[in-house]
Design a protein around this ligand. Sequence first.
Ligand code: PEP
Ligand code: MG
Length: 844
Amino acid sequence: HYARFNDFTLITPTASMSAAVHGGRAKCLQRLVRLGLPVPRTVALSYDVVHRIAEGHMPDLPRLLSAFGREPLLSVRPSSMDAEWGGPGAVLNVGMCDARRDALAGTIGEEAATALYLRFVQAYAVDVLRLDPDAFAVPDASASSLAAALQTFEEETDEPFPQEAGVQLAEVLRSMARSWESTSVRLLRQARGAPADAGLGLVVQTMALGLGPGESGSGVVRGMDPATGEHTMNGRYLRQSIFRDALTGTGGPEGALYLAADQRGASLESEAPGIFAELTEFSRICRKRLREEMEIEFSVAGGTLHVLDAVRMQRSSRAAVKAVVDLAEDGIIPREEAILRIEPRALSQLLHRQVDPDARREVILKGIAASPGAATGRLVFSAMAAQTAASQGDACILLRRETTPEDIRGMHVASAIVTERGGMSSHAAVIARGLGLPCIVGAVGSRIDTRERTVTLKDGRVFREGDMVTVDGSAGVALEGAAPLLEPMLDGPFTTLLGWADKVRDIGIRANADTPDDARTAETFLAEGIGLCRTEHMFFEDARLTLMREMIFTDDSKDRAASLERLLPMQRRDFADLFHIMAGRPVCIRLFDLPLHEFLPRDREDQRALADALDLPLSDVVRRVQNMSEFNPMLGMRGVRLGITVPEIYEMQARAIFEATVQASRETGSPVVPEIMIPLVSARREVELVKTRVDAVAAAVKNESGETFEYRLGVMVETPRAALRAGEISDHAAFLSFGTNDLTQMTYGLSRDDAGRFMGAYVAEGVFPEDPFHTLDLDGVGELLLLGAERARENRPDITVSLCGEHGGDPDTIAFCRAAGFDYVSCSPFRVPVARLAAAHLAL
Ligand code: PEP
Ligand code: MG
């Protein structure tokens, strides 16, 4: 039965339409109509009408059909709020029947008319009535195939193929409306962010067939290269075709033309320059008036151009940034909008390392460049081996025949992925791009044996598990050994966008950087300073490690001083380098934090070497190692506790920092003001003791050098007690920096190193919404942050407050810190651009 409401809207320049009622496609088509583009007659059905159709109330179809004149041939396409949510596929050529075929045979030819009818019969049977596709598979598009398909239809449904457009249209609308409301389709779109009650609109449009005499065909056109963002007319056009046929297959089907004339072959531009010129103009109009880079779908019928549809162009992250920057620079959108249109997390895909083009390395595998960037690591052949390598801190390259979901954990910890099989959209390729990892798929050229765990080159050389290789995911090759890599360079639009973001954001962004290399990356990404320099790594080079051990094992303070004396110049060099690279920007150096436990020689050989170095009997060394071992090193002799019990270490570090300060200030001519941070504080007295000693070292260095300098001493808040007692602790601190890694560990009583064992189950059971080491626990740990910041500020209003745990680069954490009035966050250098943009989003 027919509903008596106003059930459809003819799209005219003045019709009242909105995306909230009719969906995005209908709204966009109306804008095209308003811009004067030649859109075939189109009618929109609202969410409400389509919902009623699903419930069995068909609108007034005769009235709808009358909008299209006699003997209409129609397409029906979905129009939801957001095209990303998916929806039923388009159905074309509704209205095809025996009489229509015969009539069309006169204009477009027998063959084309028959093929068109056959295609509709198949689509109607399979997509609309959901009959068995195999039953409708025919060998060709001949008249006998058509007859066979019509015959099958009758056998399967006990009715002849419907000849009235109204009957066909009713079935098409019903089927599309119902499929939208099916549970599986709803769950799928909800997973893509659609609300539970998201509606479906439909658009019914006159077919403008790209078939027949004269220039006829169909295609798509874009005004921007979707990969690079260059402004070039590109797309595909296929003569004697309908709808998106020009796009099937990579590079288009045989005979498809490129849009613009270039050296690659025939193009629409050279074959039909008038139509190309018109398309160029349409593309320009769309960009200007729809304020977006669009992909236009068109058909040409006997030399006349029709615009069927336009959608926002899909694009790479790089092209996305260029698109919005160019739109803003052309005055089409404001800068603020350009900033807001880029999802901060998407930027991380742009930050890839590259193999140094001057590197000469032998290629061991060649394949499809599935995900850009470069990485070096040890070859592993299973996800398990990848995890083992990662747990030992080794970078690894995961090589598999192909990957499956079971490999995910291995892929997460690998530095790059290579598979023997697969294409651009294989599991490995998709996951690698998502993780931002370099990836090669379909690797050939050498014999890969994943069982034997070998790669055999043509010349017989064999690479085995554990061998060093380099993956160049941008070029699609794997190279022998560790090739030199270049850090990512930011291109113009990227830098421009981040520059605009910096002007609007109101929270500082620093980087965590331990080495001069890290500092250089931080510098490239325009971090405002170093928020955390972990000095531990500086002791892990062989020479220094031995010195550290000697120092720890001597009880005699004279011997201890001698070891430290030798470490001092090395540390001074480290710090001077950082000051130089950061050129006047603040550098916050954290005093030694590593558990002493980690320095103990574990195996006999190391213990013997130490015994030799100390000139002690081996048994003595073994006994001391036993005495010093801890059950809970992360809660033991580390951080400020070590600083207080073995004060010489902090004194040496303070001296190295101050001497580097004097040196760098002299060399650069501008004063360096170092920041020194005390880790793992839990009591006021700890700060007081360290401060007294550091002040004394500063006084001594000033005296010796005859120079003056300033410095700032601060406290890392990473124990719950430090947060609770932040008031009194701030008495002696110019700044507080929340270390949310340890603070999370201690707030939950959850080991940072062992939580992986049950975290999966905890998240799956909903005990924790997410892994709190990845996503800051705003309720619990967050409350300590708020409390600590408030108590410190009450006592000392001018105190600087920041966060430097791994969470610092996460947009939600940045939002929390900004709302709490923090001065800055500090995150890994590669997350600095993401953080800069995320912070700008918050301020807009
Ligand atoms: C922290 O605990 O949050 C922190 C930044 O320090 P680390 O990770 O070195 O313990
Ligand atoms: Mg810590």
